[in-house]
Design a protein around this ligand. Structure first.
Ligand SMILES: Cc1ncc(COP(=O)(O)O)c(C=O)c1O
Length: 382
């Protein structure tokens, strides 16, 4: 049996999305900036996709800008807002995705901003009173706090954080890559200036995403070039990717309630079965709390053991694909900056299970059984 439980890293393409993309790849090869019929056909596909995404998020089409994915959307929001508005201070947390953290650290290193970090509790929960304190004591700031943490699943209340930012006239960017298409975002309700999406996290294609910019938040482009995206992002558009992105978002919203119920059931089952079968198991951050974390992510901390170092390898050999921390930094040997921040005992192995709509109860049971067997064998050897 082969089991893919790494959906926070990326997801399988939905066949319906592929079906929508194939004719675009095959037939609509015109450059959307060309004025002839080939170009106009491609342009119309892009604008239809933009309109659909805007409609779903309760925004206007002119507020959606296509990018190459979550990283570029985050970089654009952060770098362009700081540069355009001349902000000298930013606030973030130490457990953001590197697309945010490394971008802000670069701006700090090059002397463009002063960077403050909001306090977190032992589970990585943002201290909103401290956010308010930081905002009170500084000039106008950019605040960048993610909605759902890709490693430990913690959720931030975007309404409360947004209201605090509004009160102090701060710009608010939220990395919503892990919640886009899994939770409903209504941009008439949210006060965020910027949110982002990456299609490959919700069964769309890789290499395409978008940035939402609230009207009135005027920023310069991040990628300079042609006049694409109304002068906001140079470069010929990824037409079939954009069509796939819109289709994936439409499907996600159409089926959200049933998929959410299915995935929540899988996560709940895994929490219960792992707790019953592996003594001393813990859940990192808030991921063990179904109410307070992403329903797609469960980050497990296993008791110290000789098999810790080889755990992901052993799971992979057994057919189970998971991550240890964030997949985006796998292979780098430095471990997870998020788990380091939470001061998880380095002797414990950590496994991130992340679920998607294609996973089944049988797969979850197989993963639990395999993991429990590895630990059982270990305790016999001891
Ligand atoms: C929270 C978060 N932000 C940003 C990104 C980067 O997105 P992309 O891979 O589309 O550049 C990821 C991807 O892992 C993510 O999980």
């Amino acid at each position: 049996m082969k089991v893919y439980l790494d959906n926070a890293a990326t997801t399988r393409l939905d066949p319906e999305v592929l079906e929508a993309m194939l004719p675009v790849m095959a037939d609509h090869y015109g450059n959307p900036s060309s004025i002839h019929s080939y170009g106009r056909a491609a342009r119309s596909l892009i604008e239809r996709a933009r309109k659909s995404i805007a409609g779903i998020l309760n925004a206007a089409p002119a507020e959606i800008f296509f990018t190459s994915g979550g990283t570029e959307a985050d970089n654009t929001a952060i770098r362009s807002s700081i540069e355009t508005i001349g902000l000298k201070h930013a606030i973030t947390s130490r457990i953001e995705h590197h697309a945010v953290l490394h971008t802000l650290e670069h701006l700090q290193k090059t002397g463009q901003i002063e960077l403050s970090f909001v306090n977190l509790d032992a589970d990585g929960v943002v201290d909103l009173a401290h956010l308010e304190f930081l905002l009170q004591s500084r000039s106008r700031s950019l605040v960048s706090l993610m909605h759902g943490n890709n490693e430990i699943g913690n959720l931030l209340d975007l309404n409360i954080a947004g209201e605090i930012c509004k009160k102090y006239d701060a710009l608010f960017h939220s990395d919503t890559v892990q919640t886009m298409a899994h939770y409903r975002h209504d941009l008439q309700e949210l006060t965020a200036n910027f949110i982002v999406g990456a299609a490959h996290k919700f069964h769309g294609p890789k290499g395409v995403g978008f940035l939402y910019v609230r009207p009135g938040t005027k920023i310069y482009p991040y990628l300079h070039g042609g006049a694409q995206e109304r002068n906001m992002r140079g470069g010929t558009e990824n037409v079939y990717g954009i069509v796939g992105l819109a289709k994936a978002l439409e499907i996600a919203y159409r089926d959200m309630d049933s998929h959410r119920a299915h995935i929540e059931n899988l996560k709940g089952r895994m929490i219960q079965k792992l707790s019953e079968n592996i003594e001393g198991i813990r859940f990192n951050g808030r991921s063990g709390d179904l109410e307070k974390s992403l329903y797609t992510v469960l980050n497990v901390s296993l008791p110290p053991s000789d098999i810790s170092d080889m755990l992901l390898f052993n799971l992979d050999i057994s057919g189970i694909a998971v991550s240890g921390g964030s997949a985006c930094s796998s292979g780098t040997e430095i471990g997870s900056h998020v788990l380091n921040e939470l001061q998880i005992d380095p002797e414990r192995a950590n496994v991130r299970f992340s679920f998607g709509k294609y996973n089944t109860v049988e797969e979850v049971d197989f993963a639990v059984e395999t993991l429990a067997n590895l630990y059982r064998k270990e305790s016999v050897m001891l």
